[in-house]
Ligand binder design. Sequence first.
Ligand code: HAM
Length: 423
Amino acid sequence: MSKANQIQAPKGVSEYVPPQSRKFESVRQALLEPAKNAGYELIELPVFEDTELFTRGVGESTDVVSKEMYTFEDRGGRSITLRPEGTAGVMRAVIEHGLDRGQLPVKLYYSGPFFRAERPQAGRYRQFYQVGIEAIGIQDSALDAEVIAIADAGFKSIGLEKYRLEITSLGDSASRAKHRVELVKFIEKLNLDEDTRVRAGVNPLRLFDDKRDEIKTQMINAPLLLDFLSADSLKDFEDVQKHLTALKVDYIINPRMVRGLDYYTGTTFEFVHELLGAQSGIGGGGRYDGLMEQLGGQQLSGIGFGLGIDRCVLAADAEGISFDQEFTSDLFIIPLGVESKTVALTVAQELQKAGLKVEISFGDRALKGSMKAADKSNAEYVLVLGDSEISTGIVELKQMSTGKTSSVTLTSLQEHLRSVSGK
Ligand code: HAM
């Protein structure tokens, strides 16, 4: 096929092919492990949902909903959206399956692709990958601290060091209402274009997140929510900090933090990597007190996070972290002829079942070519399987690193490989 005929991946998607995919897999495992160790269970959900889930759950004032959703009509005329984030879907499923009627908190983890029609750039993709957790049904500052510490443990187990944790609190509804009155009064006096004013009308906090200089300067003296926290909310926020300190999770308070999704209340946080440039958020999350009720469920609080796998892979590269996850097989079998291929397949199947990594040389390569392939696959041992080996049942096992050979019977192959590989 000529190059002009080739089909390329859609613009702005992230994809991982070997050897890069090994890194991706290591990072995902590292991020998931602390959640599993803390008792979170897998939830696997569809990548598309009813559009209304996100308009209601994530909020119409957000860029995510107003500009970035992949929305289409399915063949039945329903409005469907590719999930831009995970929390709303998890909440939908918790309500639908009645998980909130059992033991609380409901503790769930997930990982998979998410979709936002953003302008692509390094670290910002239209299909990207997250690991996330949600803990639903208990409001406890100790739980907030544990959730944050789980994310932190994930980053540390990748080996990341050059990142910081920023936290703030959006308080309870009374605190937010009091602050909103003052903020709206402040915003009324600003010089804003019509679009911005409309956005601020839906959620005035959005203006803290505006990247334009003319808005940033105008917002310098804006009233901060942290100064309006009720006594309860303040105590809660202080408790979260006390727990984080005990857990040795370093943090700074960022009172101007605004998350990109509207459901947040109480503790909110972001992890920012210092070597990633503009797209430096490697994870974020927080509490969402009203979300379940907004989606038709009971009035339960929740907290969770989403961590960007793609950005963690970039961060690991930027910090020079290496992953020696190369596939190395214990044994590479070179069959000579059709008969020996059948034997090679069955021998490999037995050994693979026993947990050994075994590859076979396929095709009709000459012995020299097969030995090269064995070398490339980083095999520990190689054996050639021809008519005489099959009739005697004895093979010559060659150790690739030393070139040493030893005679082993086919029946004792497994035992022999196990003892030398320590498996
Ligand atoms: P979020 O901050 O929108 O939160 O996304 C979480 C992480 O996903 C970000 O910190 C970033 O690392 C990664 N990410 C987001 N957009 C992109 C993109 N276009 N390309 C590459 N990476 C991206 C949420 O999604 C919430 N659901 C988190 C949460 C869970 N809050 C409570 N529970």
